[in-house]
Write a protein that binds this ligand. Sequence first.
Ligand code: TYM
Length: 350
Amino acid sequence: MNQNDNASEGTNQSQTVLSAAQPTGQLTLGNYLGALRHWVPLQDQYANSLYCIVDLHALTVRQDPQELRQRVMELAAIYLACGIDPQRSTIFIQSHVPAHSELNWLLSTFTQMGELERMTQFKEKAQRHKTNINAGLFSYPVLMAADILLYDAHKVPVGEDQKQHLELARDIATRVNGVYGKIFQVPDPLIAKEAARVKDLQDPTKKMSKSAPSELAKIMLLDEPAKILKKFKKAVTDSEGVIRYDEQNQPGVANLLTIFRACTGQSEEEALAHFSHNMYGKLKVETGEAVIAALDPVRTRYQELMDEPGYLAGVLKEGAVQARARAEGVMGRFQEALGLTLDGTRFGDA
Ligand code: TYM
């Protein structure tokens, strides 16, 4: 991961890490390799870590309420199955901490329309959705900035596709601080050097995404081994017939090598030496097998956790209590600076 720690901010041991994912269907191998697997070791490296389930972001697309509830529980089980430990991290549901919505509004008054219009994810999604291009979709990155700034997060581990959103969060924080003094911690993205953008198996020029219409394009975290192998065997490559790392001219092969390396821990040299004189068939099968081995413990643990709904609910309840308490400090500071409190309090506050 890119660790551009600022020495003046103290050591990791006093810093906070925060990240999140949307509860919109099963996660992909891209979510796992680009983000979730990195969250686990950070629990040992940083003083505080918070992992949020962003159900409000999911509402930018119409959701069936029953299904959304189920997806939230499934995502909580996935976080735990990947190794997020509720003893060391706060795992919580975004909408259960109302301050996210309040801060979203306040920050939107510090965000320019032009900044949001430049967001590539909005442009992509607006093109894909065609109908229901709602204001929430447009201001999605402001809510994301609120998620981060609410907890004084120093580091935000994400895949490359979230980089632009992180830059906006930094800009908003810096802008507010410029007016009112230090209200917000300016967050740094933590983007892995490897597999920060896992590609679609059928069109390796695009990122692997849940929303890809073809099942063959994406590996889902809970796919059965046989299905994973089948998808890798059908992965699109090229007609060069040589295994080398050339993202420009051989994006399919480069993507398979990236996935293989991310799951085996091999360096580029080791992987290329391993496959030298081999055909694409071996690369596809061995990449599939490496992914199966990496995801197997996650799938097993996930099944066990889904049989313990009471435990999952307890973790989320405790997480909400902790997150609400943490959010109070930043909100209080910002409300005070903006003039939303009278003599330091708001009517009705305890
Ligand atoms: P989401 O739910 O789309 O994705 C969750 C995480 O997975 C990463 N990711 C990928 N990484 C590598 N290759 C891919 N193909 C790939 N696809 C997804 C994403 O970069 C992300 O880290 N806006 C965010 C959720 C969010 C958030 C936040 C994240 C809301 N508030 C605050 C961090 C901090 C999103 O939609 O992620």
